[in-house]
Design a protein around this ligand. Structure first.
Ligand code: AGP
Length: 616
């Protein structure tokens, strides 16, 4: 939700900021803007549309200067208009700021500021905060206070409720930048004679790999040469400098048409990275560093609970299936957004897991905090190194799949499925699973990247199928057991990038309602792997066929469907149960991708969405 970047240094600010915004655009993309502070003036260029349009505008109206900031917006308060785009300048012309988050008490602040003579050009909560900073700045200036840019931000934030990641500059102090966070991510990039603040590392890796992750409640005051972090309460904070382990190439599209396509085809490598070094020497179980929960504590747990949002929740639902199936332990799965308010009764010996690709999803973060408040240990499965969720969890498992830029999650999802299966193995081996079954399980997991490669080999066939069905308005995704969450995921993928209405259902449940949707124009994607309930799945297919519904069947290699039952057949390799959901995800990712391309949709930046949802 909104990407922000601020720069103080010796290089031209605007061109660097625009490059950074291109990398942050996945966070929000309805409008963009840049401001530069130079020669006693704040100059702003902002408009609705994408960064590419901003770039064209900047070519007509260049901004010279080496101190500046930029923003790419996902609208919360106020519609998508040029005026509501960031940066916002205070009505006295002193302060310019960009913001990611939601200021909840903006209305009372605005009433106060109107009474003091401040005026507003936009409908945003951000402009209100900017004017509140300007108000405190004016008072600090009157009293000759030192460090007044920093002091005024601090004072304004003490009266601010809600979430924010902000970057602030003051016309009187070019070369100084103040940034602060509460609930919205911010990192500091430490360069050579330059410092950068951004929503995430993708915006800065082209310049530096040295980063400091700012924590909630911290403010940083930067110049080109130095930076100083304090808390809102003015205590000094000793910074911890980290190194980003991936290079700028990982965040580039290369020869692919879209990031989503690249990330789908990267999955074999992503899975290898997610499992590397995570099996025991005897090859019979999984090992995780960083859990901060001893094997004994794991052993004593009576149940597990998972919270997440969207695609990550689907991965949790598969983990639920795997842990219950192999470790025979009860698991609860919940929408993070519901869990935080449901106040559900919990078992005493329950270990909590949250899953989040970004590690910044506000609902998941809030669920983590709620579980911790109740006294539970919470572990995180996340791809976001140094993210809020990674930092606040008691321990966890990094996915290690590199940056995922496409809004539709693909490689992060399959790595979460892998980690869920590895957790099931770890727990099962503490209980009834034998050494030899453990070895078989590990071998199966190690074979997953190759099986995924084989499934990716179906891409040309799936592309052709996508062409035949790209015009439809509705589609059902039907699967059973561990593939029911994959049906949910298939439907989510299709909806979010192609705007085709899709629903995921347990295959047999379909006859309790969704079957009413079936016509010649509503295809059903069926997962039909070999196994005990294949015949039941075939019966559900027959029920659809009897109503003239087209069927796209995803079958494992040994399955032979009755002649003429399926209109399209996609074959994936036979595999161990622990790996099946990973391999079965590939055809639905590809199908959604090719349908979206066929429909001319903006695959990597679907309408109304953002990659990381940092507002409630
Ligand atoms: C995935 O395709 C979606 N864009 C979305 O559902 C996403 O999975 C969800 O917002 C959770 O994100 P997170 O994993 O970063 O927490």
């Amino acid at each position: 939700m909104c990407g922000i970047i601020g720069y103080v240094g010796k290089q031209p600010a605007a061109s660097f900021i625009v490059e950074g915004l291109k990398r942050l655009e996945y966070r929000g993309y309805d409008s963009t803007g840049v401001a530069v502070v130079a020669e006693g003036r704040i100059s702003v260029v902002k408009k609705i549309g994408r960064v590419a349009q901003l770039e064209q505008e900047l070519a007509k109206r260049p901004l010279a200067g080496t101190f500046g900031m930029g923003h790419t917006r996902w609208a919360t308060h106020g519609g998508v208009t040029d005026a509501n785009a960031h940066p916002h300048v205070s009505s006295d012309g002193k302060i310019v700021l960009i913001h990611n988050g939601v200021i909840e008490n903006y209305a009372s602040m605005k009433t106060f500021l109107l009474g003091k003579g401040y005026t507003f050009q936009s409908e945003t909560d951000t402009e209100v905060l900017g004017n509140l900073i300007a108000y405190h700045y004016a008072k600090a200036a009157e009293s000759g206070e030192e460090n007044r840019c920093l002091a005024s931000v601090r004072k304004a934030l003490r009266h601010t409720e809600g979430t924010y990641g902000i970057v602030v500059m003051c016309v009187d102090f070019p070369g100084e930048m103040v940034a602060a966070r509460k609930g919205s991510p911010l990192i500091i990039g430490l360069g050579d004679g330059e410092n950068i603040v951004a929503s995430d590392v993708s915006a800065i890796v082209a310049r530096t790999q040295s980063v400091v992750y700012l924590k909630d409640g911290e403010i940083v005051h930067l110049s080109a040469q130095e930076f100083r972090i304090t808390t809102l309460g003015q205590s000094a904070v000793a910074p911890l400098v980290d190194r980003v382990t991936w290079s700028v190439a990982a965040a580039e599209m290369g020869a692919y048409a879209h990031f989503m396509e690249k990330e789908i085809f990267e999955q074999p490598t992503a899975l290898e990275n997610a499992m590397r070094g995570r099996f025991s020497e005897d090859g019979s179980t999984a090992n995780f560093g960083g859990l901060n929960v001893s094997a004994g504590e794991f052993r004593s747990m009576e149940s597990f609970a998972f919270c997440a949002c969207g695609t990550a929740l689907h991965a949790c639902r598969v983990a639920e299936h795997m842990i219950e199936r192999f470790a025979r332990l009860p698991v609860e799965c919940d929408y993070a957004s519901e869990f935080r308010y449901r106040n559900s009764p919990l078992f005493r010996n329950t270990l909590y897991f949250v899953m989040s690709q970004s590690g910044e999803t506000i609902d998941t973060l809030a669920a983590l905090r709620e579980a911790k408040r109740k006294g539970y240990k919470v572990l995180a499965v996340t791809n976001g190194v140094g993210s809020s969720i990674a930092r606040e969890a008691d321990g966890g498992i990094y996915q290690h799949v590199g940056p995922e830029i496409g809004v539709a999650s693909t490689k992060a999802f399959t790595s979460q499925l892998l980690i869920g299966s590895m957790l099931a193995l770890y727990l099962a081996r503490m209980r009834d699973m034998s050494f030899s079954d453990g070895v078989t399980f590990v071998k199966a997991l190690k074979g997953a990247p190759d099986l995924v490669r084989q499934a990716l080999g179906q891409a040309p066939l799936i592309k052709a199928i996508a062409r035949r069905y790209a015009h439809v308005r509705d589609m059902l995704f039907l699967g059973r057991l561990s593939l029911f969450p994959i049906a949910l995921e298939g439907a989510l993928k299709l909806k979010e990038i192609s705007y085709v209405h899709a629903e995921g259902y347990p295959a047999a449940e379909m006859k309790h309602g969704p079957i009413a949707l079936i016509t010649e124009e509503c295809p059903s994607v069926f997962f039909a792997p070999s196994g005990e309930i294949l015949n039941k799945i075939i019966s559900s297919m027959q029920e659809i066929k009897a109503r003239k519904g087209p069927i796209i069947a995803i079958v494992t290699a040994s399955v032979e469907l009755p002649a003429g039952l399926a209109d399209e057949i996609i074959v994936i390799p036979e595999c161990h149960e622990a790996v099946l959901p990973i391999v079965a995800s590939i055809p639905v990712q590809l199908l959604s991708y090719y349908i979206a391309v066929e429909r001319g949709c903006d695959v990597d930046k679907p309408r109304n969405l953002a990659k990381s949802v940092t507002v409630e």
